[in-house]
Design a protein around this ligand. Structure first.
Ligand code: GDD
Ligand code: MG
Length: 393
């Protein structure tokens, strides 16, 4: 089968990292996000992956050349003249995706991480005779996602993108003793449920689909949303099915979720491929460290840490819940916690970087500086502490 990955979009929520490279190329657990996906597709027997892109194509093309060989799979680029949303790109790549043999294809959002059960999805898709099979997972706050309501056979009854959930009674904030109103983005009420026993929609679209070629007949090559325009129509025809995802899932399109996703991914590696995790003195919990990274004496690293290629970590450095991208230098006795350090940045001695700070590419941080939740743009020289979280500099 073929696959299409929705790469487009500016990735604004992952700035300043996305000022340097498109989101799917940012390393996640020391490999570009999209490489995790392409590997899973290759393993499921895919022979071609189309990257649907509307932004900075050259960076993507250069990246493709390298990985096409490494992963031994055909990777092509379908460039949009303008952002075409999440469905338009499928129509644009129709020549590649459409076939007379009714062979299904995969579509993936580029920012979702999980164990990618592509083979099982394909089997299930063929077994139910669905036109579209979507992977679903459970989250505590469904309002940021596409909510999927299914029957017992996992046939999807309704698909509501980013529902606005409101409670009727002002005195009560719990949905089990109030009436729940589910609305679409235009505040059109989709559902009204009086005192539901459990909230109807905590199952959400995980952003991974197996689709039959006939779905392409529903999509025009214009900016359009698969979630808002295509899935509701397929559901209304009774041809939309869900498959429940096993294991972890995260949309890593923003720093906090990216760090949470890393922790979940490392947990899963601990279960399935523990040899990929670091061990030894000074390692606490899960950490993944590239073999080219140099680590000083008496460091304490972990849990939930990724250290990329050619990093140089000094003595007595403390790292936890953080990502150190390639070629970063951290001098002695600094602490990095709950933060991301961009490529080639240089962190001095006795620095303290924490509270979801995100440091862009090639930033210099002077000795003893504290960065508390700061967002630092690429190529900055930081000489003074920043204590106010969210400060952009
Ligand atoms: N080629 C292209 N062109 N890709 C696009 C465009 C576009 O115009 N717009 C968005 N994308 C890509 C994004 O890069 C991302 O990989 C994917 O489409 C989804 O867009 P997001 O902006 O990340 O959407 P979301 O996270 O708010 O919601 C989507 O993902 C959720 C799961 O993470 C929806 O599919 C939800 O239903 C879903 O629950
Ligand atoms: Mg997303």
């Amino acid at each position: 089968p073929k696959a299409l990955v929705l790469v487009g979009g500016y990735g604004t929520r992952l700035r300043p990292l996305t000022l340097t490279v498109p989101k799917p190329i940012i390393d996640f657990a020391n490999r570009p996000m999209i490489v995790h996906q392409i590997e899973a597709l290759k393993e499921a027997g895919c022979d071609e992956v189309v990257l649907a892109i509307n932004y900075r194509p050259q960076v993507m093309m250069d990246f493709l050349k390298e990985w096409e060989e490494k992963l031994n799979i055909k990777i092509t680029c379908s460039q949009e003249p303008e952002p075409m949303g999440t469905a338009g790109p499928l129509a644009l790549a129709r020549d590649i995706l459409y076939n007379d043999t009714n062979t299904p294809f995969f579509v993936l959002n580029s920012d979702v991480v999980c164990e990618y059960p592509m083979k099982e999805m394909l089997e299930r898709h063929l077994a139910t005779g669905a036109e579209a099979t979507i992977l679903v997972t459970k989250v505590s706050d469904p309002s940021k996602y596409g909510v999927v309501v299914m029957d017992e056979d996992l046939k999807v009854e309704r698909f509501v993108e980013k529902p606005q959930v409101r409670f009727c009674t002002s005195s009560c904030s719990s949905c089990c003793c109030a009436a729940v109103v589910v609305m679409d983005e235009d505040l059109k009420v989709e559902r009204f449920v009086e005192k539901p026993q459990t909230f109807v929609g905590d199952k959400i679209n995980a952003g991974i689909y197996c689709l039959s070629p006939s779905i392409l007949n529903r999509i025009e090559p214009r900016p359009t949303s698969i979630e808002k325009e295509v899935f509701p129509a397929v559901a209304a025809d009774g041809k939309l099915y869900a498959m429940a995802l096993e294991g972890y899932w995260m949309d890593v399109g923003q720093p906090k979720d990216y760090l949470t996703g890393l922790a979940l991914h490392l947990d899963s590696l601990r279960q399935k491929r523990p040899e990929q995790l670091a061990d030894g003195d000074g390692i606490q919990g899960n950490a993944i460290i590239d073999p080219t990274a140099k680590i000083g004496k008496d460091c304490l690293i972990g849990p939930n840490v990724a250290i990329g290629k050619f990093c140089e970590i000094g003595d007595g450095v403390r790292l936890s819940n953080c990502v150190i991208l390639n070629r970063v230098t951290i001098k002695n006795f600094s602490l990095i916690k709950d933060s991301i350090i961009g490529w080639s940045s240089k962190i001095g001695s006795w620095c303290r970087i924490e509270h979801k700070a995100v440091i862009g590419e090639d930033v210099f941080v002077k000795d003893e500086v504290q960065l508390n939740g700061a967002i630092v743009l690429p190529h900055k020289d930081i000489k003074e502490s920043i204590m106010e979280p969210g400060t952009i500099i």
